[in-house]
Design a binder for this molecule. Structure first.
Ligand code: UDX
Length: 453
């Protein structure tokens, strides 16, 4: 049996809150801290600031036992802590795409003023290489007497599957400074996990910081690769889902993250790939593959809007387009950098009126889209009188649409399925025209035929 650690988590956003709740569930004593008072008041009352399956139960269960507490005050929790996690946001800096580290440095200064006794400061936010060095420098200069070891401990959890990802990670990465005392402390924090066979990897602090960016960039690249293969499939009469299956069965490639779609979005991939590109350029070792990935993915969102226009016969002026799915992926209410936003803006620019529906993302979407679109309360209200129905996010409730009912309520029978959740025959048999991603339909019209013309 392990030792119970006293843990303070600075920043109760996605990563901080999920990590704090899971660490409390391991048996540690955790205080999650945030500056936004309303958020802390809500959390103390068991109300979640984000939609994440399983989170509310976990928070309520561990609050009831006293393992988990919430506070706006950093001082007492940090003074008491064996480990302080920094899990504040690192948004893109306006203008240059670099990560904005002001919240990290502010946290470092406040922690410096509050620490008592040997304390491990563990940076969980995604931060550029060298940030750990800077955090250490700030703490030492603010409080020369502080006895701290600053480690890097990136978090790889995905929204919508966050708790499962935290509790059953593929690996735990810990980047250590020269102070070896932090190694034992971090091993103790994660003991329940590696007893469950999760490999724990100790490495240098800068290496650990880079691992997180390299992992995200590689995944973004994998998605972008299959998206370009999807375009090729359409031109040469091949099927991207079969290509993905065929290459994914090769263990060296692997089958995950090969779903072609409207491009990646979310709070991580777009921001982290951009920050990595900047770091690499500044260091004199530019990452050209990642630069191209960023550009291709940005452009893809616009081509998706053109695809919808083409499906509507080349013009959407004064037509109504129904958009199902606004979040960047299912099981979250997060619309940050979601493909839906760019697609909808482009459709509006082309003169369409847009009506939208999402099971969880409506509130967030309203903040972004305002009065530029109409909001529906359900799928069929959204589709009513529409000239085309576009599926942008693969929520489960969109996987079993009643096409007979849609066919009666829409004014034109066009479905654009940007996530390939349907089979063509299934939709077409109800009289719909069906457009998806990466399915070349004119199989007989091969490139060779085209070349011969
Ligand atoms: C990602 C990483 O997976 C996670 O390890 C990291 O900690 C944070 O960033 P997240 O942003 O929550 O997690 O979502 P993810 O499931 O990775 O999806 C990101 C985007 O890629 C979504 O827009 C999704 O729709 C898209 N995607 C994913 C595809 O288009 N195709 C795929 O095959 C997989």
């Amino acid at each position: 049996s392990g030792e119970i650690m006293r843990i303070a988590v600075v920043g109760s956003g996605y990563v901080g809150l999920v990590s704090g709740a899971c660490l409390a569930d391991f048996g540690h004593k955790v205080v999650c801290i945030d500056k936004t008072e309303a958020k802390i008041v809500d959390l103390q009352a068991g109300r979640m600031p984000i939609y994440e399956p399983g989170l509310e139960d976990l928070v309520c269960k561990n609050s009831a036992t006293g393992q988990l507490a919430f506070s706006t005050e950093l001082g007492p929790a940090v003074a008491d802590a064996d480990v302080v996690f920094i899990a504040v946001g690192t948004p893109s800096r306006r203008g240059d795409g670099h990560a904005d580290l002001s919240y990290i440095y502010e946290a470092a200064r406040e922690i410096a003023a509050a620490v008592r006794g040997f304390t491990v400061v563990s940076v969980k936010s995604t931060v550029p290489v060298g940030t750990g060095d800077e955090v250490e420098r700030i703490i030492r200069s603010c409080n020369p007497a502080a006895d701290v070891a600053v480690v890097s401990n990136p978090e790889f959890l995905r929204e919508g599957a966050a708790i499962d990802d935290f509790k059953r990670p593929d690996r735990i990465v810990i980047g250590l400074p020269s102070d070896e005392r932090s190694r034992e402390v971090m091993a103790e924090v994660y003991r329940p996990l590696y007893l469950n066979q999760a490999p724990i990897m100790f490495t240098g602090r800068r290496t650990s910081e880079l691992i997180k960016y390299a992992a995200n960039a590689f995944l973004a690249l994998k998605i972008t690769f299959i998206n370009e293969i999807a375009d090729l499939c359409e031109n040469v009469g091949a099927n991207v889902q079969e290509v993905a299956r065929g290459i994914g069965l090769d263990n060296r490639i692997g089958s995950k993250f090969l779903h072609a779609g409207p491009g990646y979005g979310g709070s991580c991939f777009p921001k982290d790939t951009l920050a990595l590109v900047k770091t690499a350029q500044d260091s004199g070792a530019p990452l050209r593959l990642v630069e191209t990935t960023v550009a291709v993915n940005d452009q893809r969102k616009r081509t998706m809007a053109r695809r919808i226009v083409l499906a509507c016969g080349g013009n959407v002026r004064a037509k109504t387009i129904a958009v199902l799915g606004l979040t960047f992926k299912p099981n979250t209410d997060d619309v940050r950098d979601a493909p839906s936003l760019s697609i909808i803006q482009a459709l509006i620019d082309f003169g369409a009126s847009v009506r939208v529906y999402d099971p969880e993302g409506m509130e967030q979407a309203k903040l972004m889209l305002g009065a530029s679109v109409d909001y529906a309360r359900g799928v069929y209200e959204c589709a009513k009188g529409a000239d085309a129905l576009v599926i942008v996010t693969e929520w489960n409730q969109f996987r079993a649409l009643d096409f007979e009912r849609l066919s009666r309520c829409m004014s034109k029978q066009v479905v654009v399925d940007l996530r390939n959740i349907y089979r063509r025959e299934e939709v077409c048999k109800h009289g719909f025209e069906y457009v998806n991603v990466g399915e070349g339909v004119a199989a007989e019209r091969s490139v060779f035929a085209a070349a011969a013309e």
